[in-house]
Design a protein. Structure first.
Length: 417
């Protein structure tokens, strides 16, 4: 018989060896993942989709080679604007962590978008910033709508509900209005060029007084034709006002910003472009009433004025009305003559005073007081004894004449020595 096996005792861990518990290791991995991948975008295909009664959604994000467990909590789930379904390609944003109970790493999703939405959103923001910088969204370039257009142009799909809604409202409000419909595709690669061409043609045709451009609701991808630059520039260049009526009230496109007016829905566009017949009739009635009342009041005022004129003495003696005016004219004429004579006397008095001052301060007055002026024969004034030499001829100017003589001797005072 074989001998009983001999079991060697397990050696105790050495002093330098560190042993982690499963919880400790899991916490360490979790800390590392959350620090390294606190905010990350992941692209993949939805599978194993499960909605829990709590409102949380659990699914797997996968590609051809790997898969990742994901959790979308209820507070983020209600913000998802599209239907989550198996096999749909999506972009998920969130943080990577570990679910300790199963030792499984998973993505805690806080935002989810259909694949391609991020790129479209980036294109939307870039074009919006570009056109806004060019001034295409400026309020001062927006034009008012015609108050009661006779012809309305519509650019939309011939098969869409938007056209039916617009025509229904226009028919109800004004059956007589003329409508020009330019059918175009409203989604797909050919939509944007077709929409732009239709806007240009209707503007060039010249019959439509206002244009409605739009379509019914849809996803961002469905509405994308109205975010294209070619459509935005066609709206901006339109010679007639344009109403943008794209999607539902929550949908905004580049066309909405460029258009002269944005309508929340196609039906609302028809309501904005044409006032309701009953409201117009009521307004006309009120205007007529106010006009008649104003005319009646004006006639009564004129009649009262005429009665006062007839009762006055003016009609008996028309020239009597001018008597006070003639008297006032005489008074003004006399006052003007008196004022003119006073002004002339004051000016003469001021002139005489200034002439007297000039005479007093002038050089002749100085000479009359006994002063004289010495000058050389060339006319230069002698201001100092040093200006002449003995034997030189000088002239002395007095008040009543000129003395001519020769310098015999020059005596300098101490200051001039």
């Amino acid at each position: 018989m074989p001998a009983d096996p001999v079991y060697a005792p397990i050696e105790a861990p050495s002093q330098g060896r560190r042993v982690l518990s499963v919880s400790e290791l899991t916490r360490g991995v979790r800390f590392t993942l959350e620090r390294q991948y606190a905010s990350v975008w992941v692209e993949g295909e939805i599978s194993n989709l499960k909605d829990h009664s709590s409102g949380h959604t659990y699914f797997t994000l996968k590609d051809a080679e790997a898969q990742l467990a994901c959790v979308l909590f209820a507070r983020e789930r209600v913000q998802v604007a599209f239907e989550l379904e198996e096999g749909r390609q999506v972009l998920c944003h969130g943080r990577l962590s570990v679910y300790p109970a199963r030792g499984q790493y998973q993505l805690y999703v806080d935002r989810i978008e259909p694949k391609g939405l991020g790129a479209l959103q980036a294109r939307f923001l870039r074009l919006r910033a570009k056109l806004e910088a060019e001034g295409l969204f400026a309020e001062e370039r927006k034009r008012p709508l015609p108050p009661l257009p006779g012809t309305i142009g519509i650019v939309t799909s011939i098969d869409g509900a938007a056209l039916r809604d617009i025509l229904t409202v226009l028919e109800r409000r004004h059956a007589e209005v003329r409508v020009i419909v330019r059918p175009v595709p409203v989604q797909g690669e050919t939509a944007a060029p077709a929409i732009a061409e239709a806007i240009e043609d209707l503007g060039r045709h010249g019959e439509a007084e206002v244009l409605i451009v739009g379509r019914g609701g849809g996803s961002l991808e469905d509405l994308w034709a109205f975010n294209e630059e070619i459509v935005a520039r066609a709206i901006a260049a339109s010679p007639v006002p344009v109403i943008s009526a794209v999607g539902h009230e929550i949908d905004y496109t580049i066309s909405d910003f460029v258009a002269d007016l944005r309508a929340p829905t196609p039906s609302a566009a028809a309501e904005l472009v044409l006032p309701e017949r009953a409201a117009l009739l009521a307004e006309l009635t009120e205007l007529s009433r106010r006009s008649l009342a104003a005319l009646r009041g004006a006639l009564e005022d004129r009649a009262e004025t005429l009665r006062r004129v007839r009762a006055s003495a003016v009609l008996k003696d028309p020239l009597a009305a001018f008597a006070p005016m003639r008297q006032r004219l005489d008074e003004l004429w006399r006052a003007l003559g008196s004022d003119w004579r006073s002004a002339q006397a004051l000016r003469a008095e001021r002139l005489a005073s200034r002439m007297a001052r000039l005479e007093t301060l002038g050089p002749l007055s100085t000479l009359r007081r006994g002063f004289s002026v010495t000058r050389r024969t060339d006319g230069r004034l002698v201001r100092s004894a040093a200006d002449v030499k003995p034997g030189e001829t000088v002239e002395t100017v007095l008040a009543d004449g000129v003395l001519s003589g020769r310098v015999e001797k020059i005596i300098m005072n101490r200051k001039g020595e």
